[in-house]
Design a protein around this ligand. Sequence first.
Ligand SMILES: Cc1ncc(COP(=O)(O)O)c(C=O)c1O
Length: 454
Amino acid sequence: MNNPESTIPYRFEKSRALYERATHSIAGGVNSGIRKLEQPVPLYFESGSGSRLRDVDGNEYIDFQIGQGAILFGHAPQGQAEAIAKQARLGIHWAAQSELEIDVAERLQKMIPTAELVRFNNSATEVVGAALRVARAHTGRSLVLRFEGHYHGWGDEGLVGFANPPDKWGTEEDPARIHPSQGIIDEVRDHFVVVPWNNPELLKRAVEKHKGQLAAIIFEPVLCNTGCMEPVEGLLPLIRELCDRDGIVMIADETITGFRFGAAGAQGYYGITPDLTILGKAIGGGVPFAALVGRRPFFEKIINGQVVHAGTLNGNPLCLAASKWSLDTVIAQGAQHPKSIQALGCKLMSGLRALADEHGIPLRPQGPGLVFHTVMLRPGVDEGLVTSYRDLVRRHDGLRWAHLRRMLLEHGVRAIERGLWFISLAHTESDIDEALQRARPAFAAHARDYQPVA
Ligand SMILES: Cc1ncc(COP(=O)(O)O)c(C=O)c1O
């Protein structure tokens, strides 16, 4: 048996007690299903500042979970707190117009060349729904092509083929259209074509097979929700070409990559021009804010009312104030963004790899540094980069990673349960050095205590 209790310096009594209390009033004790995965217990936090986070037991973490990537600016940045507080004194919600919303929209136009027009929502899940509706209305078609393992929010449509279980996942040529949730209208699945990530041949074949039927191709430019996998050379231009050839709407889901990969997001970083883009997370720096941005013709049906787009809290002034501050902070970084945080991420990746090698742990950090995943190789598998969802399932040892992740947590380094790490603009070189120092005994404890589950 794994017995990490014998070595840990951190204790979680108050979190455990609060979680127990929460289960009597909050369904399952948490307000988003994945938070339940946190081991040893879903943590309760008290405060944070910059790269640091403090829980109710007084444990302090160098945080690389960073609000699931949303707080690109770190915890509680003073300027953002002041912008929100100032707005709160003027008005919290109007369900009407304000100059602030034009300020934010104009910033987006300046930062993202394909953002000719914008519409705001409160979550990326909502924006995914809006983007698919716009694409279907624009093309008069209903089928949407998406990639296995990509996550597009928790709505009915965002999850088809997201995490197909291996015993039901079908062939590589024709992945199953399985939905991980019960309670879905069966027909939703029929409106999707699922294709493996990073396989240009199978993508071409699927588009050819459904010629004249596809409304949209939707994708994360870098797959960050199952592992962290950059697109293979030529894949993103191929998506553009296939969309142009068959009148398909190209939808980039930049919920994670937006602003993190530079002011123009992954589309600037990789030099692609999607028709529509979904922005979430960093656009609000931690408040509920998201946007659909894109080329003018795709907004015509929203403009003339043929496509309904609405929301009581859309363009909420508190969120706009937070977003304006966030976007200004990205703009102020100038040419050093994303290079500076990328350098920190790469340093952390190579430091983790060195520690893994030192302790004989098969950990392989993978990704562009701005975000990365720590693949824990199963015994005897190939060493090369993981390139697709199935490849990850086959080669990543999730149970072993979970043990190391817990050791790291208990030594004050917080990564996301599934193995993803985000760097923020608040992280510094000395945070990375200190994280690696803290990681050393965690790796040693893992190497000493981990017992593979039979
Ligand atoms: C790529 C992607 N799209 C959409 C979403 C949904 O965003 P939200 O949780 O804000 O609805 C997420 C959330 O993690 C995401 O990573």
